[in-house]
Design a protein around this ligand. Structure first.
Ligand SMILES: Nc1ncnc2[nH]cnc12
Ligand SMILES: [Zn+2]
Length: 355
């Protein structure tokens, strides 16, 4: 289904192009090899219906029927994460891979409720992830932000409790944002209005985002904007079905964090070429390209960029614009944004023949 070639030269350009990732769940970066190592280290027995080996995981992960089928594996997978060092090791594996893909700034999700309900304290989770964020910055010079997600299949009261438990991490800036994930269609945005409002009132600097328009229709996107006051939308592919919404996203420069390989693996589309990526680009709807749950969907950020290239054949100038839109939509400070824009300029100049 590849329509365009990705030459070695284009591959090098896409790898070197400074990229920002805004949509990756740290628990979704749990490679089967680490999953089984941690299960052994922590003496965890996985349920008998979970794939019993790395090979069996790779085979099963290739045929998810929908979002819920994936989530059923994802929540079992994360059950091997017990100690602070487990969360650290998981995040360090991701930051190392992202850095080797040319990703210079990552805003990463995590699901504390998925751990707290198993008896793991939120402090264990956040301390491990925060230590990895700091280590990645020291080791690679990459920047990163933690975004706490609420699980939409749990009641808003549990979300409020989680926000309360995370209070000190928002206060110190260790957690920067709030997101909303898990099963979308049965749990629309209005259920979480109070959670978003409570956090925003206490911490006006917090970044707000939500998964919307992945399996839900475009009203999930509009309602996330209107009721949750988010400034970013995770996925948002179904925004394509409302011209009014498309205009609103473009006018307000609201970033969609698209996840092309995820959409194929979760049967949102059969092939990346069916995604409205050219439509978003041509209508000035800003988007970034992300990996979502790379250990489950078979590709990290660069794999997603390359697949998009083979389907849409963007030229060097268009790729530069996509990279700049990702920087503009990031939650890092202005100095870092300027630094990243200059790096994009330099790489684009180096590959100026790709225009
Ligand atoms: N793609 C996705 N959609 C909703 N919830 C998720 N949790 C992890 N990945 C997710
Ligand atoms: Zn996601």
């Amino acid at each position: 289904m590849a329509k365009y070639e990705c030459s070695e030269h284009m591959h090098s350009f896409l790898k070197e192009l400074p990229k920002c990732e805004h949509h990756v769940h740290l628990e979704g970066t749990l490679e089967p090899s680490l999953l089984f190592n941690l299960a052994k280290r922590n003496a965890i027995t996985l349920p008998t219906h979970f794939p019993p080996s790395v090979e069996a995981c790779n085979e099963r992960y290739n045929r998810f029927t929908d979002l819920q089928d994936f989530l059923d594996h994802y929540y079992i997978g994360m059950s091997v994460l017990i100690k602070e060092a487990d969360f650290y090791d998981l995040a360090m594996e991701y930051f190392t891979k992202a850095h080797s893909d040319g990703c210079l700034h990552s805003e990463v999700f995590f699901d504390p409720q998925g751990h707290v309900e198993r008896g793991i304290s939120i402090d264990t989770v956040v301390e491990g992830f925060d230590r990895a964020c700091k280590e990645a910055n020291t080791r690679f010079g990459t920047t990163n932000k933690l975004i706490m997600c609420l699980l939409r299949h749990l009641p808003a009261s549990s979300g409020l409790q989680t926000i309360n438990d995370a209070h000190k991490y928002y206060e110190s800036g260790i957690i920067h944002g709030l997101g909303l994930d898990s099963s979308e269609k049965p749990f629309p945005p209005h259920l979480f209005t109070d959670c978003y409002q409570t956090l925003k009132t206490k911490f006006p600097q917090v970044g707000l985002t939500a998964h919307a328009g992945e399996e839900g229709d475009h009203t999930f996107v509009t309602n996330s904007l209107d009721l949750l006051n988010v400034t970013r939308i995770d996925h948002g592919v179904n925004s394509q079905h409302s011209d009014e919404l498309m205009e609103r996203l473009a006018a307000n420069r609201t970033l969609l964090s698209l996840c092309p390989l995820s959409n194929v693996k979760l049967q949102v589309v059969k092939d990346v070429s069916e995604l409205p990526i050219d439509k978003f680009f041509n209508n000035n709807v800003p988007f970034s390209i992300n990996s979502d749950d790379p250990a489950y969907f078979g590709g990290y950020i660069l794999d997603n960029y390359i697949t998009v290239h083979t389907r849409f054949g963007f030229n060097g100038l268009q790729w530069k614009q996509i990279a700049l839109n990702g920087i503009n939509g990031s939650w890092c400070d202005e100095d870092r944004k300027t630094e990243l824009r200059n790096l994009v300029d330099a790489v684009h100049t180096k590959y100026k023949d790709l225009i």
